[in-house]
Write a protein that binds this ligand. Structure first.
Ligand SMILES: Cc1cc2nc3c(=O)[nH]c(=O)nc-3n(C[C@H](O)[C@H](O)[C@H](O)COP(=O)(O)OP(=O)(O)OC[C@H]3O[C@@H](n4cnc5c(N)ncnc54)[C@H](O)[C@@H]3O)c2cc1C
Length: 458
């Protein structure tokens, strides 16, 4: 039987950060990847990472702190986050950002995104990130990556310690031994109809967008050995995708965080548009026939950000996904909502913006605590039909701040670690943009650092 110090399941951001960290520490590592390529959901993502106190923020004059980031995370998570995980993230986030930069990950720009009080969304190109980490791994002769090699089951020794992984290669089962630990980094379950119907039946009609291999394999393996699960009741889709979207590429737009309003088929607003797009998704799903539109004007359109994954509104126009009209009358006609209601909705909203008091839904900002809404008044007007997509599951295996998988009593399962989207407990009731990729890098590395301190099993 092949023997390693660590076996990592999955080659998305969490698994690849773990592989580089472990390889550079001199550990013998096997990374099993189910697909014929690396990247999972990571390479589909918009690439926002939540870090505070970075050189990029300093350059742009953004004053930020770890405390403020943690406060935002807990506020967005409705206080249901495991505070120990949030603290661990806070303690490691800036060092992790610098580690990524030092390993050649390029941070392109900074944006204000959902759930943040200041611009804190540090954007990477996720393909560049995964390829850069892969190049580093290839320089490390002590790290082996096997493709098309799904992990199937975990085995424990007589002391109850996880020390072997059964995996498959070309239809044949193999077993490899891990003397210092197994790290589950197999991502979420956005592709598993079975798990989604069990844990999130309310999302039946949502689009499914996620890594090809993300069926919750790691979740099942952890559960088999006593792992507990967290945050499942808070599973939500993400609002802002065009209903024809088959993938995230060029079919998502978050104009509401630049000042658009959201209306339903009746022409009525139904929510404070500045809240998390996860919660917007929940509200959108409760509207008649789940049909909703983002509506904005030229003032908002002028805030389009070229080549940004979420804010390139001009691109949506070029792709003919937007309705554009010179009058509200024509716009109402295009999207088939009653004109008088739409006019009344916009007039009430505009009055609220001018008064500084949105009497209907309490909107005060563009997103979270950031930015000021503007009246919708300058032609042309735009509408973007939008729906909810199940992207990332943000809930799963319960871990402690050392990335050890724990049982229902909070006790670590010996030899078993988990990092990234497969884990639960960190986001609580709501996801703050950038914290998912952030947690992959932070906890992927923590898992390795802790595991390598453990005494090897014979
Ligand atoms: C469209 C979209 C946009 C997003 N935007 C953002 C964003 O801007 N910011 C943010 O923070 N988050 C974002 N997310 C969420 C974020 O991308 C994911 O949560 C994160 O990338 C998960 O990384 P991971 O390493 O845990 O898993 P993944 O990247 O999904 O990697 C898991 C890997 O494990 C492999 N695997 C699965 N089962 C097995 C098995 N049995 N054996 C071996 N390998 C296995 C998979 O094939 C995959 O390669 C977005 C997600 C999507 C889909």
């Amino acid at each position: 039987m092949e023997s390693y110090d660590l076996i990592i399941l999955g080659g998305g951001l969490a698994g690849m950060c773990a592989a580089v960290e472990a390889g550079e520490a001199g550990a013998r590592v096997l990374l099993l990847e189910k697909q014929d390529e690396l990247g999972g959901s990571t390479v589909l993502s918009s690439g926002y990472m939540a870090f505070a106190g970075t050189d990029m923020q300093e350059k742009e004059g953004t004053i930020d702190s770890t405390e403020s980031l943690m406060d935002d995370m807990i506020e967005v998570g409705g206080g249901a986050n495991d505070p120990a995980l949030v603290i661990a993230y806070g303690q490691h986030q800036l060092e992790t950002y610098n580690w990524l930069v030092n390993h050649g990950i390029e941070f392109r720009s900074l944006e204000a995104v959902s759930g943040h009080s200041v611009p804190r969304g540090h954007i990477i190109d996720p393909h560049q990130a995964i390829q850069t980490l892969y190049r580093r791994v290839k320089q490390l002769s002590n790290v082996t990556i096997l493709f098309d090699a799904p992990a199937k089951r975990l085995l424990e020794n007589d002391d109850g310690r996880i020390d072997r992984v059964i995996y498959e290669v070309e239809g044949a089962e193999q077993t490899a031994k891990a003397s210092k630990g197994v790290i589950i980094a197999s991502g979420g379950f956005a592709k598993s109809e079975e798990l989604l119907s069990q844990f999130a039946p309310q999302l039946k009609g949502a689009l499914r967008i996620g890594g090809r291999g993300n069926y919750g394999d790691g979740l099942r393996m952890a559960c088999e050995h006593g792992g507990w699960l967290k945050d499942l009741p808070y599973l939500n889709g993400t609002y802002g995708f065009h209903p024809t979207a088959a993938g995230p590429v060029k079919s998502q737009g978050l104009a509401f965080y630049k000042g658009a309003i959201m209306v339903n088929q009746l022409g009525k607003r139904f929510v404070n548009e500045s809240i998390s797009y996860k919660l917007l998704g929940k509200a959108a799903f409760e509207q008649p026939d789940c049909v909703t539109f983002q509506v904005w004007d030229q003032i908002v359109m002028d805030k389009s950000v070229h080549d940004d994954p979420l804010y390139d509104l001009q691109l949506l126009k070029r792709r003919r996904l937007l309705y554009q009209a010179d009058t509200l009358e024509d716009l109402a006609d295009c999207i088939d909502v009653p004109l008088d209601v739409l006019e009344e909705t916009i007039s009430r909203y505009n009055q609220g913006v001018l008064d500084g008091e949105d009497a209907d839904f309490g909107r005060k900002t563009l997103t979270h605590n950031y930015g000021k809404p503007t009246p919708i008044e300058k032609a042309p007007f735009y509408a973007f039909e939008s729906t909810v997509a199940m992207l990332a599951t943000y809930a799963g295996v319960s871990v402690n701040p050392e990335a050890k998988v724990v049982n229902p009593f909070g006790e670590p399962i010996l030899g078993l670690f988990a990092a990234g989207e497969v884990t639960g407990g960190f986001h609580g009731a709501g996801y703050m943009t950038g914290s998912s990729l952030g947690k992959c890098a932070v906890f992927g590395r923590i898992a390795v650092q802790v595991a390598l301190k453990e005494v090897a099993v014979k």
